[in-house]
Design a protein around this ligand. Structure first.
Ligand code: FAD
Length: 286
């Protein structure tokens, strides 16, 4: 297995284009390296993108939006106070990943491209309406994050492409997000249910825009449009929240396994989605 760590975006794209056998892009390696250790066939070439400046920077745009490099780790992200203030839900989702050691390496791009149904940052990224910049050997394109994962473990990226960065839109006033997950153990476990809510209020506290995304309850994250519509034009009154929870339950398609039955995951997801909506709402009011 060959290894290279290009120092520029152009070199990374050239390395992807020149590769003749199988290639894997690597950021933190916290998903990739345990897989090799477990016996998954190794690629001919590993391209480490951590030295590509565009994949490591976090910057705020003049309109208030953000660009986050795909190889930025949880630690790097949570150190950015302006980003945490604008996108508390997305940053708390990254904060939940793994342990102190994992936080120092695990990246936002790796969490998405690993394409696990239980990935914590992905529901929050989708609810944030994040887009990704994708570079290939001779091309560049942009996609909404929700279009990237096609099935568990698979993305729509070609072998000669990788995600360079994510862009987050400018935050309107009275707008906030939240992410909550449930793990069977309190330490180092992956979600059996997760819910991200991103909403914007008008000056009277009425919800004007809302995005709800459910994690770990389907082969890919569930963009729960019908549930979000229930919250529009409301102030999250009790009766609205009951209808919202019922709709969330209808949209869950979880598996049953030793970590939780489908019924349990469905019930928990509805509770998490309601709580995430309440947290996002109170943040937006504040
Ligand atoms: C002990 C432990 C605990 C964990 N806990 C959690 C948890 O609580 N929640 C959670 O969601 N995950 C968890 N994970 C999984 C993992 O840490 C995350 O998915 C992490 O974000 C992956 O990022 P990475 O940079 O390490 O990815 P890598 O291992 O470098 O890559 C993962 C996959 O994505 C591809 N890839 C990486 N970057 C790019 C890119 N920019 N463009 C295209 N393809 C790319 C790689 O080729 C590979 O297929 C845990 C892992 C471990 C080992």
């Amino acid at each position: 297995m060959e290894y290279c760590a290009p120092g520029t975006l152009a070199e990374a794209c050239a390395a992807l284009g020149a590769a003749s056998g199988t290639v894997k892009v690597m950021a933190g390696g916290t998903d990739l390296l345990p897989r090799f250790a477990a016996g998954t066939p190794r690629p001919a070439l590993v391209i480490d993108i951590k030295k590509v400046p565009e994949a490591r920077e976090i910057r705020q745009l003049s309109d208030g939006g953000f660009v986050i490099g795909s190889a930025c780790s949880g630690n790097q992200i949570s150190a950015q106070t302006a980003l945490v203030a604008s996108w508390p839900g997305l940053t708390e989702a990254m904060d939940l990943i793994g342990s102190v050691q994992i936080q120092g390496r695990a990246s936002l791009g790796g969490n998405l491209c690993n394409a696990s149904p239980a990935a914590d940052s992905v529901p929050a990224l989708i609810a944030a309406r994040a887009r990704c910049r994708i570079a290939g050997s001779n091309s560049e394109r942009e996609l909404p994050v929700e279009d990237v994962i096609v099935s568990p473990g698979r993305t729509c990226l070609r072998q000669d492409e990788f995600i360079v960065s994510f862009s987050l839109p400018a935050r309107p006033q009275r707008s906030a997000d939240a992410y909550l997950r449930m793990t069977p153990r309190t330490e180092m476990d992956i979600a059996i249910a997760g819910a991200a809510v991103n909403l914007t209020l008008d000056e009277h506290g009425v919800i004007q825009e809302c995005h709800v995304v459910l994690g770990a309850v389907g082969p890919i994250p569930v963009y729960a449009l019908a549930a979000a519509r229930i919250l529009l034009g409301t102030r999250l009154e009790d009766e609205v929240r009951q209808r919202f929870k019922r709709q969330v339950s209808v949209m869950c398609r979880p598996i049953s396994d030793k970590r939780g039955s489908a019924e349990y995951r469905t019930d928990v997801t509805a509770v998490l989605a309601e709580r995430a909506a309440l947290v996002a709402y109170s943040r937006a009011m504040a």
